[in-house]
Design a protein around this ligand. Structure first.
Ligand code: FES
Length: 109
């Protein structure tokens, strides 16, 4: 049963890792990254309210679900938001996202 996808992750120090992520557990990208011990606070618990789960999508952006108004509004409050920034908690892992490449967004705090 091929429900796992490959996700490439770059941390804030520039280290990259290739991870295998399950798509049949209802996980968001934020939950998966946290479970993989990445340094993501996710203070709001995935409600699109804190932006601490922000990632930059380096590859595969076109495959992702559209941004909701809430996600867009939250990203808009970040001073250093990039055109390819997304909230990882608003991305539900799905088989189409195989090969996704993300980078943890640099936080200036
Ligand atoms: S976890 Fe708070 S915005 Fe994503």
């Amino acid at each position: 049963m091929a429900t796992d996808i490959t996700i490439h992750v770059e941390d804030r120090e520039g280290n990259t890792a290739t991870l295998s992520a399950p798509t049949d557990m209802g996980l968001s990208l934020m939950e998966f990254l946290k479970a993989s011990e990445y340094d993501i606070l996710a203070t709001c618990g995935g409600m699109a309210l804190c932006a601490t789960c922000c990632v930059d999508i380096m590859e595969g952006e076109e495959k992702l679900n559209e941004m909701s108004d809430d996600e867009y509004a939250m990203l808009d409050t970040l001073p250093d938001v990039l055109p390819n920034s997304r909230l990882a908690c608003q991305i539900q892992l799905s088989p189409e996202y195989d090969g996704l490449r993300v980078r943890l967004h640099a936080m200036d705090n």
